[in-house]
Design a protein around this ligand. Sequence first.
Ligand SMILES: NC(=O)c1ccc[n+]([C@@H]2O[C@H](COP(=O)([O-])OP(=O)(O)OC[C@H]3O[C@@H](n4cnc5c(N)ncnc54)[C@H](O)[C@@H]3O)[C@@H](O)[C@H]2O)c1
Length: 301
Amino acid sequence: MRITVLGAGTMGSGIAHAAATAGHEVALRDIESSYVEDGIESVDATLAGGVERGKVTEAERTAALDRITGTTDLAAAATGADLVIEAVPEDMDLKRETLADAETHVADDAVLASNTSALSVTALADALDHPERLVGLHFFNPVHLMGLVEVVVAERTDEATLATARAFVDSIGKETVEVRDSPGFASSRLGVALGVEAIRMYETGVASVADIDAAMELGYNHPMGPLELTDVVGLDVRLDILEHLREELGERFRPPQALKRKVRAGKLGKKTGEGFYVWEDGEAVRPADDSATGSEGVDDE
Ligand SMILES: NC(=O)c1ccc[n+]([C@@H]2O[C@H](COP(=O)([O-])OP(=O)(O)OC[C@H]3O[C@@H](n4cnc5c(N)ncnc54)[C@H](O)[C@@H]3O)[C@@H](O)[C@H]2O)c1
């Protein structure tokens, strides 16, 4: 297939890597040539890591890179595409505009996809002349390590579009789950539900940060506890998602005070060095001082 990826950031470069490694021709488009170069460098760094670990040969690395063409020209990127995947920032207007522009350059049977984490795919499709050709393809970060893609079926997504989306995900060796377009899809809604309850337990002193996480790691075989995962995702990102889900789905997603307080203090998790844990060299080394015993107060708005 010929795949166009719009946006060469974290997710766009990961999607380009996955598609090129699977043998697809990829056009990778961003708005500045330096961003395109950074995206291709990031693909190369991932491939080089694979070579080091003996998972990828030098020949496969070169072949995959050769299949990626970087550009800032939307017409050049989208013309002739079988599938266009947008991975531009999470902004409804920007995504609608990007998808509508791309649609003007593709053939009638081309499929468009959005990698949105939380926006309504149905609302994105409204910007298109042919809304039935849009589907959500929600990849997970880092794309090359994560085996799942959530396929988000919007109100008007048709069967032909779904068949192309499923075939593409299958071709890159990942599994799909299919979700009707609804707030938080399946993965964010479930992940956030567990995380928010863990934060409420911590702030009402039910158990320590370490013990709450150990309960899920050892009791349920989760690779990481819900509080550590909140640190990895980013407390600010989780707060945004919670506010969106509260608006759409109700009070059970009300953000806890402890989360708001940490975000206000700039304690955003792994990326700032402190959240529920203190982070050093990419590792959670100990619970943050104010996280050791819980009892931050009640969830009082
Ligand atoms: N980062 C994650 O963990 C993650 C996981 C799943 C989904 N997502 C979603 O993927 C999307 C992209 O996220 P990201 O983390 O890769 O962001 P990012 O900021 O790393 O990359 C976005 C890129 O899009 C570029 N861009 C902006 N306008 C553009 C345009 N009109 N055409 C082409 N490129 C344009 C930017 O210059 C930037 O390089 C968002 O919708 C996000 O919610 C992110």
